[in-house]
Design a protein around this ligand. Sequence first.
Ligand SMILES: Cc1ncc(COP(=O)(O)O)c(C=O)c1O
Ligand SMILES: N[C@@H](CCCC[NH3+])C(=O)O
Length: 422
Amino acid sequence: MDHFNQAGGQLMAEDCSLADLAERFGTPLFVYSKATFLRHLAAYSDALSDYPHLVCYGMKANSNLAVLQALAAAGSGFDIVSQGELERVLAAGGDPQKVVFSGVGKQPGEMRRALDVGIYCFNVESEAELETLSQVASDMGKTAPVSIRVNPDVDAGTHPYISTGLRDNKFGIAHQRALAVYQRAAELPGIHISGIDCHIGSQLTDLTPLMAALEKLLELIESIAGLGIQLDHIDLGGGLGVPYQDEQPPHPSEYLTLVKARLAGSGLKLVLEPGRSIAANAGVMLTRVNLLKENHGKHFAVVDGAMNDLIRPSLYSAWQRIVPVMQAPTPGATHARFDVVGPVCESGDFLGKDRELTIAPGDLLAVRSAGAYGFVMSSNYNTRNRAAEVLVDGDQAHLVRRRETYADQFALESLLEPTDAS
Ligand SMILES: Cc1ncc(COP(=O)(O)O)c(C=O)c1O
Ligand SMILES: N[C@@H](CCCC[NH3+])C(=O)O
C-alpha cells in the first residue's frame, strides 16, 4: 500500500497530479510522498511501542534534507555512513543522540565530528577502526560509545552486490573474532562498550536469515557477558525488502513480533536501521517518452531519464515497475514490448527491458519504487544535469531539490591558464 493511486484517469501522488508536477518541474523528476515515508516509519515504531527501541532510518537510501526533516520530526533516528550524512542530519534538525555511525572506512576527522556532536553509537567494523577511535576519543578527552558490527556469515539470499553478512564481504568483524575484539575494547581508553550489531544484506524477502543472524548475536552476547561486559543494546541493521514486482516481503510487524519474543527479558534495547523499506515505495521517478524506434524488430522507447538518474536496473539488473501516468492511451499509440532506454551512451543504459506498454512520444511514464537508492545514486555521467526532487504532502507539492543546471556542473572546474599570448 502506498499513496500513489489512480484517480481521475491518472496516477497521483497523494492528492497531487503527477502529470501536473511533470509540467511544472520538468522531467526526469523524483516525486516522494511524505505520508508514505511516515507510514513506513510508523510500521516499525508502532510494532515496537511496547519494547525499548530506536529506529535509525538508513538514510543512504534517500537523504534529501526535507525527507530527513519529516522523519526527524516524527521521532526517527538515523543510520549514517559518512560525515556528509551526519551534516545532513544536523541540517535537517535531526537529533545527534539518535544517530548510529556505520561504515568500514571512517576517518579520524569524521570520528571527531561525531564525538563533538555526541552521537548514540559508533558501529565499529574492524580492529583497526577500534584502535583509531580509542586514540581519537582519548585525545579529545571524550568516551566513544561503541558497538561491534559482527559479520555472522549468514547467507541473506539476496543479490551478491547487496549481501553484506557473508565471510567474503568486507563488512563487520568475523563472529569468531568478535569476543577477542570485545575484550580488547574493554581495555582501551576512550571506549565505552554499548552494544552489538549486524546488517546482513538488503532486499531480504525471507525472515530466516535475519533470525539466524539474531541467534548468532544472542550466542555471542552470552559469551560477552562471560567476560563481565554488559551490553545495553542490540542493533539488527536494516534489510527488509519491498515488493518491486511480485515479491512478498514480511511486514515489519511480523519480523518484530519474532524479534521481541526472542529478546524478551534480555534488558537489551533494540536498534534498527531500515532504509529501503521506508523509502522505496515512497517515491517514483517520472520520465517522458522522447521517441520510439525499432531495430531489427526490437522496440525501444527512448525516454529522458537514464542510468545516471536511476542506476539500479543497470547495476543490479533490478526490476522496477514502469507504468504510464495517464490511464487512457494517447490516440495512435504503439502497443509493443519495449526496452525502455535512456539517452546515455551505454548499452547498459536501460530502466526496464521487454515491457508491454501502449505509448506514444510525449507520454509520461512513472518508474515505481524509486524512493530508495534512486536520486542518491545518481551522477552527472554524459554531463547530464541531475533531476529535481519534489516532496508531496496532501495537495501541496514542495520542490525540495531544484534541477541542476550546466552552470552548477561547471562551477567546481577550472580552465588552464593560457601559457603564451597566442
Ligand atoms: C549498515 C547498514 N545499515 C542499514 C542499511 C539499510 O539497509 P536497507 O535499505 O536494506 O534497509 C544498510 C544498507 O544496506 C547498511 O549497510
Ligand atoms: N543500493 C542498493 C542497496 C545497497 C544497500 C546499501 N548497503 C540497491 O539499490 O539495491
